[in-house]
Design a protein around this ligand. Structure first.
Ligand SMILES: [Zn+2]
Length: 249
């Protein structure tokens, strides 16, 4: 029998829960593609992601009830005397609720990333978008809730065993470029539809961007979806994905 040492770390959360993380070694198997479609992914705020095949993934925000509960628990802490037993208890109650809410979101992100890597053989995303958007203070709060960094991590570590490749591309002008003819024009953040001044193409802003993202990642490769008017039934099976619901205004 083989004995191997297993390395792990033990962690205690603010709500006094214990976690253990174990590191395991994985055999190096040759990569086998799942042979599904290739897709570009534009990450957003209200719509969590728009895919180049027309799929929309709506964001899962913290519920209003949970938000209200968190605020209430926070107010209780501020009313308790510092150093008191009651205050410590209030802090613990808040931490419990907060961690519960965070776990719901993490669970959603795990399911979403699992579904994506099993539905597509290739996923392209914008590499620096998260960092750039965080600089905009007006958007920072809502972006925090999007947890794009974690999401990309989950995609990347789940990808290989699912036969999928996840690739980051340069985000420059993906929203300002016509996915049909390549014309670059100014786009205000409020403009939801890309109307090309050169070739006349009209497309939902995020769909146009996601096609550009895929094109950028696959330039020189065949078999991509990035050829234009694709609003095909999505390969995604998850029920949080709307199929082909993008409408051009
Ligand atoms: Zn054009």
């Amino acid at each position: 029998m083989n004995h191997r040492e297993i390395e792990g770390t033990i962690k205690k959360t603010k709500s006094q829960e214990w976690y253990i993380a174990l590191a395991v070694e994985k055999e190096d198997n040759p990569f086998i593609s799942n042979n599904r479609d290739k897709v570009g992914m534009d990450l957003g705020i209200n719509k969590y992601a728009v895919l180049s095949d027309g799929s929309i993934i709506q964001n899962k925000h913290i519920s209003k009830a949970d938000r209200t509960k968190l605020k209430r628990l926070q107010r209780i802490i501020s009313r308790r005397k510092k150093g008191s037993h009651k205050r410590r208890k209030a802090v613990l109650n808040y931490a419990r609720k907060y961690e519960h809410t965070a776990r719901i979101r993490e669970d959603w992100l795990h399911k979403l990333s699992y579904n994506l890597v099993n539905s597509y053989s290739f996923i392209a995303y914008e590499e620096l978008k998260v960092a750039n958007m965080m600089k905009n203070h007006h958007l920072a709060r809502s972006i925090g809730e999007e947890s794009w960094g974690n999401f990309i991590n989950y995609l990347q570590y789940k990808a290989e065993s699912a036969g999928c490749v996840v690739v980051g591309v340069n985000p420059k002008d993906t929203s300002k470029t016509c996915s049909e003819c390549g014309n670059i024009q100014d786009m205000l953040l409020s403009e939801r539809t890309f109307h090309c001044q050169k070739c006349g193409m009209s497309k939902d802003r995020d769909l146009n961007a996601s096609i550009n993202i895929l094109k950028r990642a696959t330039s020189g490769q065949g078999g991509s979806h990035a050829s234009g008017d694709i609003v095909s039934p999505s390969a995604m099976k998850a029920d949080f994905v709307e199929r082909g619901t993008i409408r051009v205004a």
